[in-house]
Write a protein that binds this ligand. Structure first.
Ligand code: ZN
Length: 250
């Protein structure tokens, strides 16, 4: 069996990322996978990139990471996100830009695990918030489990062979069994900018053996030094809304 730590949407929040790594160490994961958006919004893009590059075994590139490379994508961002994007780009040197440019946008682990940032549908970047979005997203997943981020909300969508698609919202510390006959879209929520009203950093552990066996997905939440992340956001001059929203979890 492999025990995967799953992190996503870190968004330059090094305080949250360090707290999550500490907890994943206690949970004795074998490998850590990162589902993208390492930078953007937050004040510590280089620290977060260094931590992800040294601790994560697999890393996919998110839309905020991509926008650092391609300024044109900033037109989809709101004004605070755009300011943070432009500030982030100024912080990164050739080493970090090179690392981002070499990240893949989808990674397959064996026959039944797929890692993406947003959706398993090729050349799409949709948000999987609700059942209609999930039904479309399952078009891109023939079998197994897709681990994704992007919405900053912990969710598990399940598609059964009967065609039924359902949503389960995972809660801290309660294991959810994933049946090998069904397909799943699993989102661990956001490490650095949760948006479900719970300010604690969000991440998950997946206990996985093989395509024919049950897997177990467990969500975790961890408190971290929000005040430290906020004061760093202010001190580098990023918009104050980006600091305030951290304590609200939105
Ligand atoms: Zn994000």
């Amino acid at each position: 069996m492999s025990r995967y730590g799953i992190i996503s949407d870190i968004h330059g929040n090094a305080q949250a990322l360090r707290a999550v790594y500490d907890r994943l160490g206690e949970l004795e994961v074998d490998r850590i996978v990162c589902l993208g958006d390492i930078v953007g919004y937050g004040p510590s893009p280089t620290k977060c990139l260094d931590l992800v590059l040294s601790y994560c075994h697999e890393v996919v590139r998110g839309n905020h990471d991509e926008a650092v490379l391609d300024p044109d994508l900033g037109r989809y961002f709101n004004s605070a996100a755009l300011m943070a994007l432009n500030w982030t780009r100024d912080q990164l040197g050739a080493y970090h830009l090179h690392a981002i440019s070499h990240m893949k946008t989808r990674i397959r682990l064996g026959d039944s695990l797929l890692l993406v940032h947003d959706t398993p549908v090729l050349h799409d970047s949709a948000y999987i918030h609700e059942l209609p979005h999930a039904i479309e997203a399952f078009e891109g997943l023939n079998q197994g489990i897709c681990l994704h981020g992007h919405t900053h909300l912990p969710t598990i969508f399940r598609s059964q062979p009967s065609g039924d698609v359902t949503l389960e919202v995972p809660v801290h510390g309660e294991p959810i069994v994933l049946n090998p006959e069904d397909r799943y879209l699993c989102n661990p929520g956001s490490v650095g900018q949760p948006r479900d009203g719970d300010a604690r950093a969000s991440y998950a552990v997946l206990d996985y053996t093989c395509p024919d066996a049950e897997a177990i997905f467990t969500l975790y939440r961890t408190e971290y030094d929000i005040k430290g992340a906020q004061s760093e956001t202010h001190s580098v001059g990023l918009p104050s809304i980006l600091a305030e929203r951290l304590e609200m979890g939105c």
